[in-house]
Write a protein that binds this ligand. Structure first.
Ligand SMILES: C[S@@+](CC[C@H](N)C(=O)[O-])C[C@H]1O[C@@H](n2cnc3c(N)ncnc32)[C@H](O)[C@@H]1O
Length: 341
């Protein structure tokens, strides 16, 4: 099955090489015959992730040789990730040092040691990064839940005039800074804080009274952005409220609408399998309508061909939202130009 999957990707492999991309999914188990198994190439590493008890008897040395011969990698790393258990490194005994990978000519540092499901670069979001590389000319970009800032860096390659990356993880932002430096970025800014208080302030709303109990909360002036990239985790708790993309995407989306400059766009992501595209789309439409700035057009970006889907609705939903220019009350976005950095 692995051989067949790799065979199916031969034409893509040529274009990835031409596009200076050496990180991609080699085998997407859920739709290619072995649910719970994924193999990715990250530059000189092959990363196999096992999410369920294996029905196959795999010999890691044999698999590593196959990866070396076919993918041109130096090493295989195998992680077992079973629900309710802490991740376990199955092969080799200790994970190798971080490596730099290339995507569309940009470089990102990835780490096979990393205990999360991605080694600091989500491959399925390449579709969104490609979009940003083509739609950010002179745009002021707000990258929310920025993680290692790959989307922000793609936006700068697309001509963004400034990018604000917001994430509450200092470690993720540090990696983002390293990535930005490696790509010669000059227009990236980093804000280590929860997304809610930053969003509210940018949208010109006051901070809630409870902010007094947290004097270290970052203060930022209200300002507008031309493009917001919004990619929250499914569920996360914070001092200022929970992120819950199933039941309350609106709490994030509404202030994004409020701070959007005329003609601006929001690229909204939702990676929860339990929410269909239709459901997500109508949540966004209803929220925009209530905020007084109805959507004019919503189009979906599908994960690229290395993430084949069983049906037309893969779990990752990336919706590009454009809004009617007329603001019909309700939203109350701050007016005037964005203050200078
Ligand atoms: C799904 S990852 C985002 C991936 C990212 N957009 C990318 O392009 O690779 C989720 C990120 O949200 C951050 N996060 C979770 N809850 C947060 C919150 N309330 N405020 C700020 N960051 C948060 C985590 O630290 C993590 O980096």
């Amino acid at each position: 099955m692995l051989r067949e999957a790799w065979h199916r990707r031969q034409a893509d492999a040529v274009s990835w090489r031409q596009q200076k991309t050496d990180c991609f999914r080699v085998f997407h188990g859920s739709s290619e015959g072995v649910p719970g198994l994924c193999l990715d190439r990250y530059g000189s590493l092959a990363l196999l992730q096992v999410f369920r008890p294996l029905v196959l008897d795999l010999d890691w040395d044999v698999l590593e040789r196959w990866c070396q011969e076919n993918l041109g990698v130096a090493q295989l790393v195998v992680w077992q990730r079973r629900t309710g258990q802490s991740p376990q490194l199955l092969y080799p005994e200790s994970a190798p040092e971080p490596v730099w990978v290339q995507e569309m000519g940009q470089t990102f540092k990835v780490e096979a040691h990393h205990r999360g499901q991605d080694p600091h670069l989500f491959l399925d979001l390449r579709c969104a990064r490609r979009y940003l590389r083509h739609h950010c000319q002179k745009a002021r970009v707000l990258n929310l839940f920025s993680y290692t800032c790959a989307a922000g860096i793609a936006a700068e390659a697309g001509g963004a005039s400034q990018v604000m990356n917001v994430d509450f993880s200092q470690a993720a932002l540090r990696r983002g800074e390293e990535n930005a430096e490696a790509n010669g970025c000059k227009r990236q800014h980093f804000c280590c804080e929860e997304v809610y208080p930053i969003l509210w302030q940018l949208a010109g709303r006051p901070l809630p009274a409870r902010a007094r109990k947290r004097p270290q909360t970052r203060r930022v002036p209200a300002r507008q952005y031309d493009l917001v990239f919004l990619d929250p985790p499914a569920l996360a708790k914070g001092f200022f409220g929970s992120v819950d993309v199933k039941n309350d995407y609106q709490s994030l989306f509404k202030p994004c609408i409020e701070l959007l400059a005329p003609g601006g766009r929001i690229v909204a992501c939702n990676n929860l399998a339990g929410v269909s595209e239709e459901e997500f789309r109508s949540t966004l439409e209803r929220c925009a309508l209530k905020a007084g700035r109805p959507t004019e057009r919503i189009r979906r970006l599908l994960p690229e061909s290395d993430f084949p889907a069983l049906d037309s609705d893969p779990p990752l939903k990336v919706l590009v939202c454009e809004f009617a220019s007329a603001i019909r009350g309700g939203g109350g976005p701050p007016r005037g130009p964005a203050p200078k950095e």
